[in-house]
Structure formats: structure tokens, C-alpha cells
Design a protein around this ligand. Structure first.
Ligand code: DX5
Ligand code: ZN
Length: 214
């Protein structure tokens, strides 16, 4: 079944603990935490301190998406703060294989992310080493942006390589996912859907989650 990873970027940051509990009760599978540094992306969010603060509010895996330069310098801090999955951008890693191994050595699941304009080929060599591939369906930095449809064939390409090579990584999509675009991602081969505004800005979040999960 398709998994849902609500992005707390669109939640109320004054009561993050309650927001996380609400989506857990509504059936979320992961909690997606967006880390931005104002350099890799033009926005700043939160650091390990806040991850540590929300950790006791949920039993769900924390899916920590690092949109930062030199992510290798912060892997250990986020692992210790309670991350269960850490994803790093291929575009931000000079030594991607080393950083993926570093994440795994922390006892955390390791994922690689690519932006909409980065070709699937850029991560083909690392596919056997990762637990998750995250395909951005918006340019990272902000919630509430429009889904970029040209990423769909890339989802299908990654899913095809996964089948051909008998690999087991999850395929996650992030950005502009709502009840209309979710189905397109799942059809192409995604099994984890990140959604921020479509869940947290909805009047009935549980209903919104049910509609997104296809
Ligand atoms: C974008 C973030 C996303 C964001 C998605 O840079 O990585 O996780 O929260 O928000 P929506 O679902 O509103 O596009
Ligand atoms: Zn994200």
C-alpha cells in the first residue's frame, strides 16, 4: 500500500508536537521534516534541536530531508536527534557514496534526492546502496508550489531500474502532491508520497490524507 509522509513544513510551528500527533492518528506512515539552510535552497527552516523536540511526540519514523550544503557535516547530529531516514541531495554531495555510507553507519536509513532538472542517470550508480530514492516534483525551498509533470517519466525510469536490478529501495515523491497528482506518481511507480500543504492546509486533514492515498 502507498505510504504517506506528511511534510510539517506547512504545519503550525507553534504547536508542532500536536500537529505531528494529529497526522499520526490520521494514519500517516512517516513524518517528513524539511531542513533548509538558506544556501542550498533560498529558505531557512529548522535544525537538529527541533527534530529532537518533536521526537517524543510520535512513534512514526522521522523522514528527514536535508536541503543543505555539506550535509555530511550534519548527518550525525540529525541521527542523534532521532531521525529514522535521512535523505541527502545528489547535487549537494561531492562524495555521495561516502555520505550514504556515513548515514547507514549511524544506524539510519539512507536516501538520495534529486531535483526536477537532475537526470535519473545521476543516481544510477548509487541505487544498490540506498534504502530510498526521493524525486523532487517541485524545486525545493517552499511548500505550496505546483507539481512539475515532466518528472513523471523519471519516476518510471527509476522504478524500471529497480525492477531490472531486483532492488528494494522505496520511491518517494515530494512537492505539489495532492489528490490529483498523487495517482500519477503511484502509477509511475512511487510508493511514498510526501504532502505538505494538501494535508496541513486542509480543513479535514484525515479526509485529505485518505484522498491522497491511492
Ligand atoms: C519543498 C519541500 C517539501 C514541501 C512540500 O522544498 O521539500 O517537502 O513541504 O510541500 P507541498 O506538499 O505543499 O508542495
Ligand atoms: Zn521535503
Amino acid at each position: 500500500m502507498t505510504k504517506l509522509s506528511p511534510s510539517i513544513l506547512s504545519a503550525d510551528f507553534a504547536k508542532l508536537g500536536e500537529e505531528v500527533k494529529e497526522v499520526e492518528q490520521a494514519g500517516a506512515d512517516y513524518v517528513h521534516v524539511d531542513i533548509m539552510d538558506g544556501h542550498f535552497v533560498p529558505n531557512i527552516t529548522i535544525g537538529p534541536l527541533i527534530v529532537e523536540a518533536i521526537r517524543p511526540s510520535t512513534k512514526l519514523p522521522l523522514d528527514v530531508h536535508l536541503m543543505i550544503e555539506k550535509p555530511e557535516n550534519y548527518v550525525s547530529a540529525f541521527a542523534q536527534a532521532g531521525a529514522d531516514i535521512i535523505t541527502v541531495h545528489q547535487e549537494a554531495c561531492v562524495h555521495l557514496h561516502r555520505t550514504i555510507e556515513m548515514i547507514k553507519q549511524e544506524g539510519v536509513k539512507a536516501g538520495v534526492v534529486i531535483n526536477p532538472a537532475t537526470p535519473a542517470e545521476a543516481i544510477k550508480p548509487i541505487l544498490p546502496d540506498v534504502d530510498l530514492v526521493l524525486l523532487m516534483t517541485v524545486n525545493p525551498g517552499f511548500g505550496g508550489q505546483a507539481f512539475i509533470h515532466s518528472v513523471i517519466p523519471k519516476i518510471a525510469q527509476i522504478a524500471a531500474w529497480k525492477r531490472e536490478e531486483n532492488l528494494t529501495f522505496e520511491i518517494e515523491v515530494d512537492g505539489g502532491v495532492n489528490k490529483d497528482t498523487a495517482a500519477l506518481c503511484v502509477e509511475a511507480g512511487a510508493n511514498v508520497l510526501v504532502a505538505g500543504s494538501a494535508i496541513f492546509k486542509a480543513k479535514n486533514r484525515k479526509k485529505a490524507m485518505e484522498e491522497i492515498r491511492v
